[in-house]
Ligand binder design. Structure first.
Ligand code: B12
Ligand code: SF4
Length: 596
């Protein structure tokens, strides 16, 4: 079968300057799709991979290409916050009449919720099949069953429709022997499209890779323990270095290890590093881990093998917050690890979070000042906690643990830099967003950190972000809303930017706008009438019936003429009110009468 595997664009939903940051500094190929591609090809299928985030094809261009290439089935991946974008693409692509298979972290999260007492999974009509968790073997089995028209009920991890019913088959076990999988086929995408800033090297092409899958820890905000399973599954160090060599052949010499916890198994990392050193592979790499899982010997050998940057998750310094999120790492451990890492000549970054259970303004600020006090931390993103489906954090928010309250179930608002969806000990999402700006300033406003972030992000980019922060803060104070929240909340803007137009047709949106305006005007009119009735002898103002701008309407005097809209009607009404009227209107014809 000829298959297209697609990742839809996602950075557009990051909002404002962050969109640019997401595009430039976290550019990464969709590794999961590349794994699926090599597995399917090994089983005789032909696969094309499209990363629409990097390739910028418009939806019609994509459709044209899929048709020209004779694609017979579409596989598409999605994470939770940008699922609405994927759904819009799926609905658009459905015009091709091809079967569509959905996979990736979002569907896995939904299934996890369903199996742990949460809501049942619902799929858009345009999705024919969904595969949860690791998709390699499930996809091979599905294609074979579709080819041979055999029973689907035996395919583990599959969701499919039987008439109106959505059937959820038994879950699939995690792949135990990762070495049985072929290497991800990176030639399916242009590897040189993916670049970000790498210590010493600057902006260079970057590939990603995993040495392990799964994570044995249980941090409340994280989907990894169910996405990849709690058992750490490891690859053979020889094979990992073989894969590194294939990456070098593509002209890429830096790898981001996207393992959940890179140093979860010390022996594996030592074995891998020693093999890299033995074969003298001229590759640098980086990854993220926990501060209690490094030591001088391990860091020494990893550095020699090419490690240039290590990110540690600290999240918070408050013991109660850390306890509720089950992080089990003391801030002092992070301090020590960062110091050690820097002393060994490896760059260290620290990730912090705000808005978890137990957080207050004080705990959040305390964390920011702690980060500021450690000179070795160059850069620390401070993300607003997002209660992703299936995670303990979502449960905590639903049940009100630690002062949390889930305000909005909308997945598209689960973005880390736009306020989030939770109230936390009385702080609203807007308060969180403002506090996030403040903490980022506190954390990074020492000369040393400032120089680093200028080097990392570029002076003018940073200036742009600062200007945007100031503008947002001024808007909050003067106009009472935060533009970043509004931008991210508006799904239609994102979809329109991506060429998928508004979800609702223009006519529907216009009708909604008019209805909303009419309701507001009716309210205003009511207040006006009320006010006038309080003034003895006052005449009611002249009122106009407001309908579609192009249509004609009746004035309250009963004569038919083009409707008065916007400023014209407003100005006229003002004049009427300021002048003594010699003739009162005859009737009030409709509750939506208004002065506009
Ligand atoms: C690398 C990474 C990124 C990179 C690049 C991602 C990319 N594809 O472009 C960057 C930094 C840019 C990024 C951004 C984001 N990420 Co991210 N990211 C990861 C990370 C660390 C590794 C992903 C990976 O490559 N894994 C290895 C591969 C082999 O696994 P996989 O991608 O899951 O794919 C397998 C299955 O999911 C499945 N599958 C996937 N797609 C499909 C499609 C079909 C048809 C089928 C059948 C199966 C299938 O089969 C694959 C092979 O086994 C994961 C955490 C993790 N360790 O997995 C988080 C993770 C995927 N990210 C996550 C999120 C939320 C985001 C962001 C929204 C930002 C954010 N954190 O808020 C954005 C959105 C990006 C997007 N594409 O939608 C969440 C998703 C959770 C959820 N409920 O959706 C994860 C799981 C982190 C977490 N702890 O919760 N991310
Ligand atoms: S945050 Fe890191 S250590 Fe904690 S569960 Fe997630 S992947 Fe594991």
């Amino acid at each position: 079968m000829r298959v297209a595997l697609i990742q839809t664009p996602w950075s557009d939903h990051s909002g404002g300057p962050l969109k640019k940051f997401a595009q430039r500094w976290v550019s990464n190929p969709p590794l999961g799709l590349l794994y699926l591609a090599s597995c399917l090809e090994e089983n005789g299928h032909q696969v094309d991979v499209y990363d629409l985030e990097a390739e910028h094809l418009t939806p019609p261009q994509l459709c044209q290409k899929l048709t020209k290439d004779g694609i017979q089935l579409i596989g598409i991946t999605a994470t939770t916050p940008v699922y609405f974008i994927t759904v819009a693409y799926i609905e658009y692509l459905k015009q091709l009449g091809l079967p569509i298979v959905l996979g990736g972290p979002h569907i896995t999260a939904l299934e996890t919720e369903a199996t742990t007492g949460g809501p049942e999974v619902e799929l858009p009509d345009a999705v024919d099949y969904a595969l949860t968790h690791e998709g390699e073997y499930g996809m091979v089995a599905l294609l074979e069953a579709l080819d041979r028209k055999t029973d689907l009920s035996e395919i583990r991890g599959l969701m499919w429709r039987d008439g109106d019913r959505l059937i959820r088959n038994e879950p699939r076990n995690f792949i135990d022997n990762l070495d049985a999988l072929p290497f991800p086929d990176r030639r399916k995408l242009n590897p040189l499209l993916y670049r970000f800033e790498v210590p010493i090297k600057g902006m260079v092409p970057v590939a990603n890779m995993t040495l392990t899958r799964g994570c044995p820890f249980l941090c409340a905000f994280c989907g990894e323990p169910f996405n990849g399973g709690r058992k750490l599954r490891m690859r053979d160090p020889q094979a990992m270095v073989d894969e590194m060599e294939t990456i070098l052949e593509l002209g890429v010499n830096h790898v981001w290890m996207c393992d959940s916890t890179l140093t979860a198994n010390r022996k594996l990392l030592i074995g891998f590093s020693e093999e890299m050193i033995r074969r003298k592979v001229p590759m640098t790499f980086e990854g993220h881990t926990r501060a209690n899982l490094v030591d001088p010997e391990l860091l020494g050998v990893m550095k020699e093998a090419g490690l240039t940057r290590l990110a540690y998750g600290m999240e918070s310094v408050d013991p109660y917050v850390l306890k509720l999120m089950e992080k089990e790492i003391a801030p002092e451990d992070v301090k020590k690890a960062v110091r050690l890492t820097t002393e060994m000549g490896i760059r260290a970054t620290v990730g912090t979070m705000m808005g978890n259970a137990g957080d207050t303004r004080q705990t959040i600020l305390k964390t920011a000042w702690f980060v500021r006090s450690i000179p070795e931390i160059n850069y620390a993103p401070n993300a607003i906690a997002c209660p992703l489906p299936g995670t303990p954090l979502r449960r905590q928010a639903e049940e009100g643990v630690g002062g949390l309250k889930l305000l909005d179930p909308d997945y598209s608002k689960l973005t880390r830099y736009s306020g989030g969806v939770m109230e936390v000990n009385g702080m609203s999402p807007r308060d969180m967003l403002r506090l996030q700006r403040l903490t980022l300033l506190i954390m990074h406003s020492t000369p040393r950190k400032f120089v680093y972030i200028i080097m990392h992000f570029g002076f003018f980019n940073l200036l742009g972000v600062l200007a945007r922060m100031v503008k947002s803060e001024l808007t909050v104070r003067l106009k009472g809303y935060d533009p970043v929240m509004r931008e991210v909340a508006d799904q239609n803007t994102t979809l329109a930017n991506l060429g998928l137009g508004p979800i609702k047709s223009k006519a529907v949106r216009r009708a909604e706008r008019l209805a909303q305006k009419a309701a507001q005007d009716a309210l205003r009119q009511e207040r006006l009438l009320e006010a006038q009735s309080l003034v003895p002898g006052a005449q009611p103002a002249l009122m106009f019936k407001m309908v579609d701008g192009n249509a004609t309407s009746e004035s309250s005097c009963g004569s038919s003429r083009p409707s008065l809209t916007g400023k014209t009607a407003h100005a006229l009404n003002q004049r009427m009110r300021s002048q003594p009227q010699d003739k009162a209107p005859q009737s009030v014809s409709h509750p939506t009468l208004q002065e506009t």
